[in-house]
Design a protein around this ligand. Sequence first.
Ligand SMILES: Nc1nc2c(ncn2[C@@H]2O[C@H](COP(=O)(O)OP(=O)(O)OP(=O)(O)O)[C@@H](O)[C@H]2O)c(=O)[nH]1
Ligand SMILES: [Mg+2]
Length: 293
Amino acid sequence: MKHKAGFVNIIGNPNVGKSTLMNAFVGEKLSIITSKAQTTRHRILGIVNGDDFQILFSDTPGIIKPAYELQSSMMDFVKSAFEDADILIYMVEIGEKELKDEAFFNKITNSKIPVLLLLNKIDKSSQEEVEEKILYWKEKVPNAEIFIISALENFNVESVFNRIVELLPESPPFYPKDQLTDKPERFFINEAIREKILLHYKKEIPYAVEVETEEFIESDKIIRIRSVIMVERETQKGIIIGHKGTALKRVGTEARKDLEKFFNKKIHLELYVKVNKNWRNDKRQLRRFGYNE
Ligand SMILES: Nc1nc2c(ncn2[C@@H]2O[C@H](COP(=O)(O)OP(=O)(O)OP(=O)(O)O)[C@@H](O)[C@H]2O)c(=O)[nH]1
Ligand SMILES: [Mg+2]
């Protein structure tokens, strides 16, 4: 049998469930998930291997109008996902309309490659509403094959997966068959910490935070990690640390538990907070944090 392989890139509005779907396909928590928009900031590869196929899923940031450099870099990841896709997954959720960004939306409707439009979160909806939405999307994106799914409850995810395998082009694998992602270990540490910050802090705080792991020392029994949480202002630093350090401690404890599962090893995690003024608009720093294509 001939080998198949290709890039299947997941794009859509913020918070529709793109990362939840990628994790469901891959069977690992590669992408962090929260109820806040703009949880994902990078393009994250999740690789699924079979004997005669390799699917390279890409999770991408939700499409927004950029207001600062970080968000522009996030949208560059989305652009790149349009460029190399063999199959596009356009994810929408019940209750939303087409993308506000007309240029991106036109790329979907004029796409020369197969587009699978996934109507997600149908667990929150009635049969009637779902039927009505299918008609709506058929008209808006006539070139797409429509699937109704619940990424959270793993409903219909398998049919989408099977269809992807059918559509994959013939190709040798792009990555070694035991590889799961293109991101290094430190990336997943930074993300686990950022997830806890998205979960526990309000308003602007999570959007002003970047995490960098400075030390990663692995021995037989334990991994010792030191990471810095960067914020933009002194007041934000105080909020992150919290009264007597309790807020920061909670972030550390919860992230450590997730990382112990991820690495399947005991973890020692040391966190500290640093003010790094205006990092979100500093191109040089953004490149250092991995926001470049
Ligand atoms: N009810 C329901 N909730 C879902 C489903 N899929 C995802 N969610 C929830 O929707 C929220 C956003 O999920 P994510 O996977 O982070 O969404 P995303 O599109 O990656 O978001 P960004 O990275 O911010 O663009 C989370 O609270 C998920 O638990 C679903 O099928 N049903
Ligand atoms: Mg996401």
